[in-house]
Design a binder for this molecule. Structure first.
Ligand code: SF4
Length: 61
């Protein structure tokens, strides 16, 4: 199960992050940068398979 904390940590550190269209520039602040506000987050997973990669790179720091 992916935690909200993980969604946020990965989103902030992901090179592929792209905000969904419904996010306005105002909402696009650090707090809202998460996988679940990214266009690549589909059905609870990253559709370009960056999630695990970024999560692993975080674990090593
Ligand atoms: S959904 Fe994928 S591309 Fe988007 S921030 Fe998360 S890991 Fe990165």
């Amino acid at each position: 199960m992916v935690s909200r904390q993980q969604l946020q940590s990965v989103g902030r550190n992901c090179p592929g992050y792209a905000p969904i269209e419904t996010m306005t520039n105002l909402e696009e602040n650090e707090e809202n940068v998460r996988c679940d506000t990214c266009i690549h987050w589909v059905n609870g997973r990253c559709d370009i398979d960056l999630f695990d990669e970024v999560l692993e790179s975080l674990d090593q720091t």
